[in-house]
Design a protein around this ligand. Structure first.
Ligand SMILES: NC(=O)c1ccc[n+]([C@@H]2O[C@H](COP(=O)([O-])OP(=O)(O)OC[C@H]3O[C@@H](n4cnc5c(N)ncnc54)[C@H](OP(=O)(O)O)[C@@H]3O)[C@@H](O)[C@H]2O)c1
Length: 261
């Protein structure tokens, strides 16, 4: 018996990078998976990549999760086609790249990042709970993707780091309120993950990043998928409100080896 046989899963941002591995993991473990990207084009591109990997049966629906009407339409599709939802993975993120430092960044950009990462994630979770989890005997499980940057900042990413800190707090608050209702809310906080952004990285910079990892390598998307699947599954039935770090040991080190003198 596969772990997610008979389960219906939604992965936001499932069309790219880590999202593709999350979708693949749930499909391989028996789930019916819905995924969304921000635009029709990027969602279709993701669907094509999944097909190339031999990941079948995924339903892809474009949805800007920061837009309440689009979130409602996405859930209308799931309700019409599957009539249930068991697991929500809040993976979509605005990376807040290129906004510059805190002295020059446009505050509107800060708002954009929060609109997707915090308000969007909340909106999707609320809809999942009201539309499905509260009506199902087996309730449901929510997993957010945060980041180790919620606790230890990286440069020129004020909005992103702040949004991930807000996600950690939101996970604990949601977990507390939803626990009596039988709904679990947990979180995976990755460090470096290999994505297509590494493909254009100066090899020296990539090597330096790896040296910054006590385990000497960044996560693969499938490493993150393993943690998320655990948190979504009954294997973590007695866990809620947890933030599980998966960062090659970065959070436990004070300084990388080459400057630890
Ligand atoms: N990569 C890392 O090293 C790293 C480290 C720590 C934490 N994380 C977290 O892990 C998760 C996955 O990271 P990643 O690097 O694989 O992500 P990514 O490559 O930046 O992809 C982000 C995904 O979110 C979608 N998205 C963005 N805004 C959206 C919106 N408003 N509505 C719906 N979808 C939206 C994007 O869709 P489009 O493709 O249509 O734009 C894309 O699929 C994220 O939550 C990220 O913050 C990543």
């Amino acid at each position: 018996m596969k772990r997610f046989e008979g389960k219906v899963v939604l992965v936001t941002g499932g069309n790219r990078n880590t999202g593709l591995d999350l979708v693949e993991r749930f499909v391989r473990e028996g789930a019916k998976v819905y995924m969304c990207g921000l635009t029709a084009e990027s969602t279709a591109e993701g669907a094509a990549k999944l097909e190339q990997r031999g990941v079948e049966g995924v339903v892809s629906v474009p949805c800007d999760i920061s837009d309440a009407a689009q979130v409602t339409a996405l859930f209308d599709t799931i309700e019409r086609e599957s009539g249930r939802l068991d697991i929500l993975v809040n993976n979509a993120a605005n990376q807040g790249l290129g906004h510059g430092g805190p002295l020059e960044m446009d505050p509107a950009m800060f708002f954009d990042v929060f609109k997707t990462n915090v308000v969007g994630g909340f909106q999707v979770t609320q809809e999942a709970c009201n539309r499905f989890f509260m009506k199902q005997e087996s309730r449901g499980s929510v997993v957010f993707l945060s980041s180790n940057t919620a606790k230890r900042a990286i440069r020129n990413r004020t909005a992103y780091c702040s949004s991930k800190g807000a996600i950690n707090s939101m996970v604990r608050a949601l977990a507390l309120d939803l626990a009596p209702l039988g709904i679990r809310v947990n979180c995976c906080a990755p460090g470096y993950i290999y994505t297509d952004r590494w493909d254009v990285l100066d090899p020296e910079k990539a090597a330096r990043r790896r040296l910054n990892c006590p385990l000497r390598h960044e996560a693969k998307g499938s490493d993150i998928a393993g943690v998320v699947a655990f948190l979504a599954s009954d294997d973590s039935a007695n866990m809620t409100g947890e933030i599980v770090t998966c960062d090659a040991g970065c959070s436990c080190q004070h300084m990388p080896e080459d400057v630890d003198v």
